[in-house]
Design a protein around this ligand. Structure first.
Ligand code: NAD
Length: 403
């Protein structure tokens, strides 16, 4: 009887694992589960939110990468895993049993329990939430045209991490189109970023981080740094303005976008895995400490970097590598061979600010400006290639020789 591998999540990690498992000659049955019928390029959703990219260009059908001979795709929402009974429970679907499980359920927006975040700010974590941000922006521009209330032209991005910075870059680029809807000059649209700490983008040198931030400032973004957000109210961001006196201040805006960090899927904690903010500190071979047949990979997983003695940051790049590694380890287990420890050497990280500017590090080399943006596209096109294949890349026009 062939073994059954169940993969939960068709993001970078899950699809890369599927690709690896489908490549083998092993006698295997695979079931892939995702709530959507499409995979989306999570690294590009800020472009959809800002209206400079359509969601169609960053999504592709999961069925295109599923080999029907060995894999079944179920579109469904995972509610819970019972790792002792080896069962996965889905909403409106019978439970699925497994021999091996790969949990690759990705990330969720993290509110840190700050009041009002859920009610009064917009998330940007997937295709529907990113499209919602864009629709909201368009509605505010139309409302400005009617009312001339300048609050409709104000946009606040909460948090200046990678996500916030890339979103600001895309919003700068999207301003022109939005301004046309509002019938104003693009400079009239005001972009703010409120950030808790003063040392931005700590993964980069101060000089390199400063390069990106200074570009955004030059393009009109106003940064309020060292100002932790304490509450979100209707059309209002409340932040700590003075750490000594504890004085609060308010910033009014009709668009407030929440990008202060992410946690792993809530399903992980709800299923009894030992998770902190939805992430499980996995074994070196990427299995759950309690279950040798359960792999936890991607943003639900924390893997210790033996060099720095800190968990690796969650990125698309490491998710792809974990997917491949989990697939290989399951194949080894099926042959009765030992699993291998995961190792990771980052190709580098690059943050794009708009379509033709970026900054980051590739190896030990700092890259900036237009060349950096070409490198960023090359890294992402490679990820599309690794999960979707050449057909998807060409079909999307992503292999952009003329960039
Ligand atoms: P993050 O944790 O990297 O950044 C969040 C930012 O919000 C931090 O600067 C933090 O100080 C700030 N913040 C937190 N609470 C706040 C508060 N109450 N008030 C004001 N500011 C607050 O999160 P992210 O940017 O969502 O990124 C998540 C992960 O994804 C990271 O590991 C990141 O490296 C990765 N990522 C990588 C890329 C890329 O490689 N190009 C792009 C996007 C995200």
């Amino acid at each position: 009887m062939s073994k059954h591998v169940v993969i939960l999540g068709a993001g970078y990690a899950g699809l890369r694992a599927l690709h690896e498992l489908q490549r083998g000659n092993e006698e295997l049955r695979i079931t892939l589960v995702d709530q959507n019928e499409y995979h989306f390029e999570a690294t590009d959703i800020h472009e959809v939110a800002a209206g400079i990219q359509t969601s169609e260009r960053i999504t592709y059908p999961i069925k295109d990468v599923v080999k029907k001979e060995c894999t079944t795709f179920i579109q469904g929402t995972v509610e819970k895993i019972d790792s002792d009974k080896q069962l996965v429970f889905l909403k409106d679907h019978e439970a699925i049993s497994y021999d091996y499980l790969i949990v690759a359920l990705g990330y969720e927006s993290e509110s840190f329990g700050i009041p009002g975040v859920e009610e009064f700010s917009l998330k940007m974590v997937d295709i529907p939430t990113s499209e919602k941000v864009h629709q909201h922006l368009v509605a505010q521009m139309k409302a400005y045209k009617e009312t001339k209330d300048e609050n409709y032209l104000k946009i606040v991005v909460c948090g200046a991490g990678f996500t916030g910075i890339e979103l600001l870059g895309s919003l700068v680029e999207g301003k022109k189109k939005l301004a046309e809807i509002a019938d104003v000059a693009p400079e009239k649209i005001q972009l703010y970023c409120v950030e808790a700490v003063t040392r931005l983008l700590p993964m980069f040198s101060e000089k390199l981080g400063g390069y990106g931030i200074n570009h955004l400032k030059k393009w009109g973004v106003q940064f309020l740094v060292g100002k932790p957000i304490k509450e979100i109210k209707q059309d209002t961001v409340v932040y700590l303005d003075n750490q000594e006196t504890n004085a609060l201040a308010e910033l009014n805006a009709k668009t407030i976008i929440w990008t202060t960090g992410v946690s792993g899927s809530h399903v992980v904690g709800a299923s009894g895995f030992a998770a902190k903010r939805g992430r499980v500190m996995v074994q070196p071979d990427l299995t759950d400490p309690e279950h040798k047949n359960v792999y936890i990979i991607g943003d639900c997983s924390a893997v210790m970097d033996q060099e720095s003695q800190r968990p690796y940051p969650t990125t698309a790049q490491i998710s792809l590598k974990m997917g491949e590694h989990a697939g290989k380890n399951i194949k080894a287990q099926l042959k009765g061979q030992p699993t291998k420890a995961f190792t990771f050497k980052s190709l580098g990280s690059v943050a794009s600010i708009g379509n033709s500017h970026a900054f980051g590090e590739v190896g030990k080399v700092e890259v900036k400006g237009y060349p950096a943006s070409v490198i960023k596209k090359a890294i992402m096109d490679r990820s599309l290639f690794e999960t979707g294949g050449i057909k998807e890349m060409l079909a999307k026009g992503r292999f952009d020789f003329y960039h």
